[in-house]
Design a binder for this molecule. Structure first.
Ligand SMILES: C[S@@+](CC[C@H](N)C(=O)[O-])C[C@H]1O[C@@H](n2cnc3c(N)ncnc32)[C@H](O)[C@@H]1O
Length: 242
C-alpha cells in the first residue's frame, strides 16, 4: 500500500490543466510568493492543495484559505492534514465569509502587509469577487498575481470584464474548462483615469441587469425558493450562469 501523502487523492475542483496552471503560476513567479490568499477552499483537493504543494516546493511562502461553510471547512482541514502534512506549516485556514474575514485578517497583519498572489473562488454572486478584489487590490503590489475561477460563469461575470478594462492589470482568460480560469498581473500601481472610468461604467451596466437587480433586492430565502421551483437546467443557468 502506498502511504506517501503526495499520492493521496482528496476531493477538489479545478481540472488537471487548471491545477497545472495555478501550480506553475506559483512555481514560476518572478518573485516567489510569500503571501497567498485564497477564497473558497471547498474540500481542499483543488486550489488549496495545489497552491500549498507549490509553496512547499518553492520552500517559501504561506497560504491563508477562507471557507464559509462550517462542515466543508472541517472536512477540508482533515483532508489537508492527510494529503499535505509536510506543508501544513505553510497553511492558515480562516473560517467565515470573505467579506468579513478579509478586513479582519488584513487589520491583524498591519499596514505594510502585501498579498503576492490571490485566488478567488467563493460564492456564485458576481458582486463577491468584485468586493473581494476591492478589499485586496490596495495590498497587491506591482507584480502581484490575481487568479479567479469560474471566469466564464456568473461568479466571474463582473470581475473579468472589470479587471480586463483596467490598464494597470495584464489579464488573460485560460479557456481550458467550462468554468474558465482568469489570471491577471498588476503592472502599475493605479489605472489611468480613462480606463478606471470605463471599467466602473461597465460594472454599473452589469449591476443593472434585471436578474442581478432581482438577486440583490430579494431576500436570499426568496431567491432560493424561486430557484428551487425551476427545473435543474434552468436553475443552474440562472444561479451559476452555466
Ligand atoms: C467552487 S467552491 C471552491 C472550490 C475550490 N477552490 C477547489 O478548487 O476545489 C466554492 C467554495 O466557496 C465557499 N464560499 C462561498 N462563498 C464564500 C465566501 N463569501 N467566503 C468564503 N467562502 C465562500 C463555498 O462554501 C464553497 O466551499
Amino acid at each position: 500500500m502506498n502511504t506517501d501523502a503526495s499520492s493521496v487523492e482528496i476531493s477538489g475542483q479545478l481540472n488537471s490543466e487548471e491545477r497545472r496552471i495555478i501550480t506553475a503560476a506559483v512555481l514560476e513567479a518572478e518573485q516567489k510568493p510569500k503571501v497567498i490568499l485564497e477564497v473558497g477552499t471547498w474540500l481542499g483537493g483543488g486550489s488549496t492543495l495545489h497552491l500549498l504543494r507549490a509553496l512547499e516546493q518553492n520552500g517559501v511562502g504561506h497560504l491563508w484559505g477562507i471557507e464559509a461553510d462550517r462542515s466543508i471547512y472541517d472536512e477540508m482541514l482533515k483532508n489537508i492534514r492527510t494529503a499535505a502534512p509536510e506543508a501544513l506549516h505553510r497553511f492558515t485556514p480562516l473560517f467565515g465569509f470573505s467579506q468579513r474575514i478579509i478586513p479582519q485578517w488584513l487589520a491583524k497583519q498591519g499596514p505594510q502587509f502585501k498579498i503576492d498572489f490571490a485566488f478567488l473562488d467563493g460564492g456564485n454572486n458576481p458582486s463577491e469577487q468584485i468586493l473581494e478584489f476591492g478589499l485586496i487590490d490596495p495590498r497587491l503590489p506591482v507584480g502581484g498575481i490575481l487568479m479567479a475561477h469560474d471566469a466564464k460563469l456568473r461568479k466571474g461575470k463582473w470581475l473579468v470584464p472589470y479587471l480586463s478594462r483596467l490598464d494597470n492589470w495584464e489579464s488573460q482568460l485560460h479557456d481550458v474548462s467550462a468554468e474558465g480560469l482568469f489570471s491577471a498581473k498588476k503592472i502599475a500601481p493605479h489605472p489611468s483615469a480613462s480606463s478606471f472610468r470605463s471599467a466602473r461604467l461597465h460594472l454599473l451596466r452589469m449591476r443593472f441587469q434585471p436578474a442581478e437587480v432581482a438577486a440583490a433586492l430579494l431576500p436570499a430565502k426568496v431567491c432560493k425558493f424561486v430557484l428551487g421551483l425551476m427545473p435543474e437546467k434552468l436553475r443552474r443557468h440562472v444561479g451559476e450562469g452555466r
